[in-house]
Design a binder for this molecule. Structure first.
Ligand code: BTN
Ligand code: 3PY
Ligand code: ZN
Length: 633
């Protein structure tokens, strides 16, 4: 019977069934040798309960009384229209015109992307975002956009959170139909760490637009506009908002850093305008732009460029709000901020405080401060559950003007340093990072170029190498792979090119690329890749979202798919359960489909048998269920 049902199912007939289909129509798969979703979920809970989660082992615990966060009640009867309706009804150019016509400072909320990327190593789970999305739609419809996708969130979702980032996007989009969603796209590097073939970048943008991204902030890690065109054109083609972005580095007012002066930024802005950007992004990923420079930069850009301008910064120095207010006074159209409880330090400046600072001025944001407080309180409860991923950073610091590390990299690099036993020498790492930057010719440092500088700095500190030794042709140095890749030209060309002597030493005679890596990379055969992904994952079908994931991260996606087959939709578990399992007597619920909720109660954990397996006793929707998992402790 069910076999016939399956064969007649429209999704099956249209040849698109996947792991997602199995999640949504399990009754059709009863003949499958794979266990049903409930059993797979119980197996995961049992495994984590017995063995712990590898990612939280030895880390700080959430407070015992931390409860499942509750989102603020949506206010009002109907959802009021917002920027999303302008985009859908009138297109991206109309969005740009609308931005320029507004008096108020427009605001992007970054909590669901850069906020947790910068404070919690990108570990926020979809469930904690989707639950609050309706509150945004109802209570903050005046937001310009919600940044909730791209950057590091894509691979972290698969790699560490065991969930599908595409599904996250679709779910947020559905729950928040009036505010534009925004993503961070690393141009030719996609959401990865090196240049991909042009048709992979194009396909990825197209899929992201289809699955729900409205605004694409496109940047290149060396500020090379040539390397941004493929991604920008794809966004324009998809009729979404193309935010062509300049990365800010150095110190515009320092004559000794004249490579990145006002003229440089204005020229690049003009290039981006010519390349078809709808909005000009200024991305200050390390938080280096100080208020007086911001006044000069945005005044000049407003004069020279016809595009609306969107400013992004980080509060690592503690001075970001002064820069935001200077930018606002100079006429910038939109800025980024994070909900109070996810702001400050290496994250964005504080949303509520910016709203308060501009209250009753001619740039009054019009946002409801009470709604902001309520959503911030929600995220405060969310954050408590991620204690294991807190960096322990105690205070803002002006040292950022020395090392120039991006907010998203800072805590990561610190953790890497810790794992190499270099934690006590952190300030030395920071100084070396600055030296490596100069040795590489003073480059923009943002993913992935920032990772290369970080790799080199860690290597030099751990091996006790000085810059002079690294540059000396007579001292043998074995460079990190990422440095070799970058010097080959696989990330593109920096302004002024690479230092030739160092490049020659790194490449040992190999010839570097002088033009775009994408020009030399063979286009991918999508159907061949799909067949390969099916084989690698053991899935029956790979849909276009899955295929795009596989092309960006073949191994990460394959491992995710394999774990999904074993553990099912773990994204539906409460965050505490996902990271720590359950206590005997505890009850949780997991909504595995809209309206279909599993009530799970852990009764007891048995003794470990001679076979090394533990029996774990549950009640599932009131019925006893036992699962066996290996004790790996
Ligand atoms: C990870 O990839 O490490 C995070 C996902 C969790 C996978 C679970 S943790 C318990 C079990 N043991 C493993 O090695 N993987 C699964
Ligand atoms: C990323 O690319 O992930 C960034 O956040 C860059 O700032
Ligand atoms: Zn950022």
């Amino acid at each position: 019977d069910f076999v016939i049902n399956l064969l007649k199912h429209p999704t099956f007939l249209s040849n698109q069934y996947t792991t997602k289909f199995i999640d949504t129509t399990p009754e059709l798969f009863k003949f499958d040798t794979r266990r049903d979703r409930a059993t797979r979920l119980l197996t995961y809970v049992a495994d984590i309960t017995v063995n712990g989660h590898p990612e939280t082992e030895g880390r700080a615990l959430p407070p015992r009384d931390a409860k499942t966060p509750r989102a603020p009640v949506p206010k009002g009867e109907a959802i009021r229209p917002g920027t999303r309706q302008i985009l859908d009804e009138q297109g991206p150019k109309a969005v740009a015109e609308w931005m320029k016509a507004q008096k108020q400072l427009l605001i992007t909320d970054t909590t669901m992307r850069d906020g947790h990327q910068s404070l919690l190593a990108t570990r926020m789970r979809s469930i904690d975002m989707i639950r609050v999305a309706p509150s945004y739609a109802a209570n903050l419809p005046e937001l310009f956009s919600v940044e909730c996708w791209g950057g590091a969130t894509f691979d972290v979702a698969y790699r560490f959170l065991q969930e599908c980032p595409w599904q996250r996007l679709r779910d947020i989009r559905k729950a928040m139909p009036n505010i534009m969603t925004q993503m961070l796209l690393r141009a030719s590097n996609g959401v990865g760490y090196t240049n991909y073939p042009d048709n992979v970048v194009q396909g990825f943008v197209k899929q992201a637009a289809t699955s729900g991204v409205d605004v694409f902030r496109v940047f290149d890690s060396l500020n090379w506009v040539e390397n941004m065109r493929v991604a920008m054109d794809a966004v324009i083609e998809a009729e979404k908002v193309c935010e062509g972005t300049i990365c800010y580095t150095g110190n515009m007012l320092d004559p000794k850093r004249s490579k990145y002066d006002l003229k440089y930024y204005v020229e690049m802005a003009k290039e981006l305008e010519k390349a078809g950007a709808h909005v000009l992004g200024v991305k200050d990923m390390a938080g280096l732009l100080k208020a007086p420079a911001a006044t000069q930069l945005f005044t000049a850009l407003k004069q020279e460029i016809g595009l609306p301008i969107h400013f992004h910064t980080h509060d690592t120095s503690g001075a970001a709000i002064s820069t935001v207010l200077a930018a606002s006074a100079a006429g910038v159209d939109a800025i980024d901020a994070a909900m109070d409880s996810f702001s400050g330090n290496t994250s964005q400046p504080t949303l509520g405080s910016i709203v308060e600072a501009l209250d009753k001025t001619d740039r009054d944001t019009g946002l409801d401060i009470e709604a902001i407080r309520e959503i911030s309180n929600y995220f405060e409860q969310v954050r408590a559950h991620y204690a294991a991923f807190e960096s322990g950073l105690q205070a803002p610091a002006s040292e950022v003007y020395l090392h120039e590390m991006p907010g998203g990299q800072f805590t990561n690099l610190k953790a890497q340093a810790r794992s190499l036993g270099l934690e006590e020498r952190w300030h030395e790492v920071a100084k070396t990072y600055a030296e490596v930057n100069m040795m590489f010719g003073d480059i923009v440092k943002v993913t992935p170029s920032s990772k290369v500088v970080g790799d080199m700095a860690l290597m030099m500190v751990s091996q006790g190498l000085t810059r002079a030794q690294v540059e000396d042709p007579n001292v043998d140095v074995s460079f990190p792979d990422s440095v070799i890749d970058m010097m080959k030209g696989n990330l593109g060309q920096p302004p002024g090119g690479w230092p030739t002597a160092l490049q020659a030493k790194v490449l040992k005679g190999e010839k570097p690329l002088k033009d775009r890596a994408g020009k030399h990379l063979k286009p991918v055969d999508f159907e061949a890749a799909r067949a390969e992904a099916i084989k690698a994952t053991g899935e029956t079908e790979i849909d276009d979202e899955d295929l795009n994931a596989y092309l960006m991260y073949p191994k990460v996606f394959t491992d995710y798919a394999r774990r999904h087959q074993q553990y099912g939709p773990v994204r539906t578990l409460p965050t505490r359960t996902f990271f720590y399992g359950m206590e005997p007597g505890e009850e949780i619920s997991a909504e595995i489909d809209p309206g279909k909720t599993l009530e799970i109660r852990l009764q007891a954990v048995g003794e470990t048998g001679d076979d090394g397996e533990v029996r774990v006793f549950f009640e599932l929707n009131g019925q006893p269920r036992t699962v066996r998992v290996p004790n790996r402790k």
